[in-house]
Every structure is written in structure tokens, then in C-alpha cells.
Design a protein around this ligand. Structure first.
Ligand code: ADP
Length: 420
């Protein structure tokens, strides 16, 4: 079946988050890890391509995303979505704007919207300012993110240095008036030459209005949540052929490992909670890893009973992260941890683990790449935005749960095992 909706995500957990929300519709969703080398075949109506380009140099990110767009167009896609984090993770030289502009140029679009809101997970936008729960983004724990510290909450100010075109806003007062009012405002902004429009949303109802107003837009950009109403809208427009509901869940053993490389406040709480349940755990310190390598961690893992889902984590509080970064540099500290957790994933698989839970977007990218996974089929959600996914790794059927740092409740790791 040709694809209809083609999505490009800037990290792996972002892609599974989006794929999970789209799969709620019952329409088949296929997630590709990286741009497939082979021409499109056996495509699903919704195709999501997961890239690892959030913190890549701009030129590389743009090239990757254009290659993904090209593949999706060849797969038959007619509508496109550029997915980034609901906390707008990027740096002033970041990729959200440049990629959007490149995709717009390729698709011949004069305007797109930016809506990272995800109200179910506490991400809301009001007057162009992004909130995490009750805190403005720049006062939330995101101010201390290891790779993309967010020090401004205003999306227009964050976006403008990343694009050459004009940035505008449609605020909640307009969104609250409904899809026609929003569409009219977008048309006015388009006439004025405003190419990049931040759109406020504080609740799922706002997202429904936005999706409805933008149903004819060739390219939308945002977090996963604004895409959630699109399957029903496209179906009502007669643009999607009826399809059976999704995935056959393979019967897999409960042997598992949990690998956590996210240092988000929520992941810190999840790690503490899981350890408090009495689960076996091993803490990785980037400084120790730099000195002694990963052999001690692999030895520890080899001695574990995988039925008890042992946890290996580099997750640390901001002061510890800073200490490691001061000694090793930000990128090296990150790389050392990502390599170590990727090696643990391979060792766990080879020892018989058939379920792997990964916390952290970059970390998930490193782990899936190491496992040689190129396609995931999307299963049931564990919590909003985090589904179990099914794949093949070196001939082994496996389940992966790829969790963006801030997602899930404090008991997420136990929840994941319970939902397996
Ligand atoms: P999130 O989804 O929370 O953003 P990511 O995995 O994308 O998580 O990013 C976290 C980054 O921090 C990764 O590059 C990871 O390797 C790095 N990291 C993890 N633990 C530490 C630590 N203790 N010190 C320094 N960097 C760390």
C-alpha cells in the first residue's frame, strides 16, 4: 500500500512517540531507522523515518532530512510532518528551522506551522511561550539538559535565529475561535509573507482545531501530539484507504534489560523508583568508563538474571553531569556513555534478553543503531508517547521501548515490564 503520511523525526524516541500516537488510530504505522537504502517497498499508510540529527551540524541534518523526504515522496506520501521534541530541543545554531526551510523549499510550501505542544505530557504553548507543567521552559529542568540546554521559553525568539524567513504567531485567542478562524489568520499571515508560524495550544481540543485548520498543508512541523488528530481527519476526507489494525504482537520471553542514558529530571526519578523496588542495578560513571572501559559493566551484566530486568544507568543529577562534562567535554562524555550502553545492549541480546527498555533519545539512537535494527512495528503504548515496538536484531525477534527522557511516570520501568 502506498504511503500517505510521511514523517521525519529528529531522534529515535521522538519517532516512536509520534508512531505510537498515530497507531492509536488503528492505521498501520511503520517506523524506519534512518533513511532506508532500498527503494520503498511494503510501505504502510503512515511511514515515520527516525533520524539522529537533533544535535548534528546543520548541513548534515538538512541533508539527512532531505534524503528522508525524497524516500517518503517515492513511497507515495502526499502529506509530510517534521517532528521535533515537545520541549523544542535545539541550540541557537540548531536544526529545527533550517530543516523546515529546506523541506519547504523541496515541497514548494510557502508556509508551515510550529506546534511542539503535548498537553497530555504537560507541554503547552501560550502566547508563543512553551511551558513544561507549570514552569516556563527556561525555568524547567530543561535548562540543564546535557546537550540542548533550553534557556529561553519563547518559541519565536528561539526559532527566528534558525530561519531566514519571517516568524509569526497565532495565539490561543484565535485558536479558541476554531479551525476557520485559525485558517483565516494563517492566510493573512501568508499574505504578509510570514513563512514560519508558531501556534499556541494548551489542550488536546486546541490540537484538534490546529490539525483541522492545517489539513491541506503539505508540511506541518511540531511535536507528536498535533499529528494525533490527523489520521481521523485524513480518513474523513477520504484520503486513507481502510486498513486493518496494526501489528501482530510476537510472543517473547520476559528476559529484559533496562538501559538509561537520559539525565532528565523524570528519568532520575524513574531510576530512583526502580532501584527502590529492589531491582538489580548498576550505575555507570563516564569518568570511570573513560579510565577503565566497559569490561566491568559487561561482567556485571553477564552475572545478572535477565528475568529480573536489571537496570544499567548513567542517569545523573545536573551537578554530576557537569562534573563529567568539565573533565571530558560535553560530546565526549555523551559519546562514552552512549557507546557503553550500546555495548550493554548487544551483550544483553547475545545473553538472551528479548526486551530492552531504553531511556533517552540520543541513547536510544545509539542502542538501536548498535543492534542493527532498521525497522520497527509499533505496538501498544506503555504511557503516552512510549509504545512497545517490535523488531528483528541479528535474526532475533525483540521488543524495544524507547523512552524520551521526560516521558512516562515515576514507575515507568516497572510499568513497561508489566505491559510486556
Ligand atoms: P534525553 O531524552 O533525556 O534528552 P538523551 O539520551 O537524548 O536523553 O541525552 C542524554 C545525553 O547525556 C546522552 O548523550 C548521554 O550519553 C549523556 N549522559 C548520560 N549520562 C551522563 C553523565 N552521567 N554525564 C554526562 N553525560 C551523560
Amino acid at each position: 500500500m502506498p504511503a500517505f503520511f510521511g514523517c521525519i523525526a529528529d531522534d529515535f524516541t521522538g519517532a516512536t512517540d509520534l508512531a505510537g500516537l498515530l497507531a492509536r488510530s488503528g492505521v498501520e504505522v511503520s517506523l524506519r531507522i534512518g533513511v532506508p537504502k532500498a527503494p520503498p517497498s511494503a510501505t504502510a499508510p503512515f511511514e515515520v523515518i527516525a533520524l539522529k540529527c537533533r544535535t548534528a551540524p546543520v548541513a548534515a541534518a538538512v541533508a539527512d532530512c532531505r534524503a528522508a523526504l525524497d524516500w517518503l515522496r517515492r513511497a507515495g506520501a502526499q502529506r509530510f510532518f517534521w517532528k521535533y521534541c515537545s520541549t523544542f530541543d535545539s541550540t541557537p545554531t540548531g536544526n529545527i528551522g533550517p530543516v523546515a526551510e529546506a523541506l519547504m523549499a523541496d515541497l514548494g510550501c510557502a508556509q508551515t506551522i510550529y506546534c511542539p505542544a503535548f498537553p497530555e505530557n504537560g507541554r503547552t504553548i501560550f502566547m508563543g511561550n512553551l511551558f513544561v507543567g507549570r514552569q516556563p521552559l527556561a525555568e524547567s529542568p530543561m535548562k540543564d539538559h546535557p546537550l540542548t540546554p533550553m534557556r529561553d521559553s519563547n518559541l519565536m525568539r528561539l526559532l527566528q535565529p534558525q530561519v531566514t524567513g519571517t516568524v509569526g504567531l497565532v495565539d490561543r485567542l484565535i485558536v479558541a475561535q476554531g479551525a476557520d478562524a485559525l485558517q483565516a489568520e494563517l492566510a493573512l499571515l501568508a499574505q504578509a509573507g510570514t513563512a514560519h508560524v508558531v501556534v499556541d495550544a494548551v489542550a488536546n481540543a486546541d490540537l484538534a482545531v490546529i490539525a483541522e485548520a492545517c489539513r491541506d498543508m503539505t508540511l506541518m512541523t511540531g511535536g507528536s501530539a498535533v499529528a494525533m488528530p490527523l489520521p481521523a481527519i485524513y480518513a474523513a476526507m477520504g484520503l486513507l484507504a481502510a486498513t486493518g489494525s496494526g501489528v501482530t504482537v510476537p510472543a517473547l520471553p520476559q528476559t529484559a534489560v533496562i538501559l538509561s542514558g537520559s539525565c532528565s529530571a523524570m528519568t532520575n526519578a524513574q531510576v530512583a523508583h526502580y532501584i527502590a523496588t529492589g531491582a538489580p542495578s548498576l550505575r555507570l560513571d563516564p569518568l570511570d568508563l573513560a579510565q577503565s572501559g566497559i569490561a566491568p559493566a559487561l561482567e556485571w551484566l553477564a552475572a545478572q538474571n535477565l528475568e529480573h530486568a536489571p537496570l544499567i544507568y548513567a542517569t545523573a543529577e545536573p551537578d554530576q553531569v557537569r562534573r563529567a562534562q568539565d573533565h571530558l567535554g560535553r560530546d565526549r562524555a555523551g559519546d562514552i556513555v552512549e557507546h557503553a550502553l550500546a555495548a550493554c545492549a548487544i551483550a544483553a541480546r547475545n545473553a538472551g534478553a528479548r526486551r530492552i527498555v531504553v531511556a533517552g533519545g540520543e541513547t536510544s539512537g545509539a542502542v538501536t543503531t548498535a543492534l542493527g535494527v532498521d525497522r520497527l512495528h509499533i505496538g501498544r503504548e506503555i504511557s503516552p508517547g512510549v509504545p512497545w515496538t517490535y523488531c528483528d536484531s541479528d535474526g532475533n525477534p525483540m521488543a524495544l521501548a524507547l523512552k524520551s527522557g521526560n516521558f512516562g511516570g515515576t514507575s515507568f520501568f516497572s510499568d513497561a515490564m508489566g505491559a510486556a
